[in-house]
Unconditional design. Structure first.
Length: 220
């Protein structure tokens, strides 16, 4: 049975709590308490629990919004006449989203994402990134062995630098990204190429979720 739509005032409260929670998480991280959210939003604790009885729901909405933003960035990057320019812009813009959002960084590198959302994001983003990579390879801007999972690895590596230096040198990740992308452009990568399953595992998707998704996919 579909959920009944909220009354207008209830929907306003829900949106206020959501915006407040995400602003606090961006500043202080994912461990922000319901009490802190209620005080900042000017509501009672009961209102917070009523709208979001499952705390993971707040985190999932944050992650879903991030996926939508990254999909849009990938689409814009694919419009670039120069695939290498589009690819580097895409990587930088993704990390820009995380630079000012502590909670998002914790989410992406803490294994707390919804498995279903991770797989949905991969299904939407990977084809766009693959197109960028193939164009860069055809134009001899990247080695033929570079795969989408290599960009995931770079993202995690640079993200780790961002997290470690957030309160010391918040722009250090830019230098790390430049080094990583320059290395990718000139690297002699091993023959073994990472697959989609590795991407899922890097983002903490359990094997049971992957197996369930595979079982529901129609046979070719």
């Amino acid at each position: 049975m579909p959920e009944r739509p909220l009354r207008r005032d209830a929907e306003r409260n829900r949106q206020l709590l959501l915006e407040t929670a995400h602003a606090l998480m961006a500043r202080d991280g994912l461990e922000v308490t319901y009490e802190e959210i209620a005080i900042a939003a000017g509501t009672g604790m009961g209102t917070v629990y009523r709208r979001f009885p499952d705390r993971q729901k707040l985190v999932d909405i944050l992650f879903a919004e991030h996926i939508d933003a990254v999909v849009e960035l990938a689409r814009q990057a694919c419009q670039s006449d120069n695939p290498w320019t589009g690819l580097t812009w895409f990587m930088e813009q993704q990390l820009e989203l995380e630079a000012g959002n502590r909670g998002l960084g914790q989410l992406l590198r803490g294994g707390r994402q919804s498995s279903e959302l991770v797989m949905r994001g991969r299904a939407q983003i990977t084809p766009l990134v693959t197109d960028l990579l193939e164009r860069a390879i055809r134009s001899h801007q990247l080695p033929a062995t570079v795969m989408p999972a290599d960009l995931v690895t770079i993202h995690l590596m640079v993200g780790a630098v961002m997290d470690a230096a957030r309160h010391i040198d918040p722009d250090l990740w830019r230098r790390a990204l430049t080094m990583a992308l320059t290395g990718l452009r000139h690297a002699e990568l091993p023959v073994r190429q990472p697959d989609d399953e590795l991407i899922d595992r890097l983002f903490g998707v359990p094997a049971t979720a992957r197996d369930k998704k595979a079982a529901n996919e129609p046979a070719e």
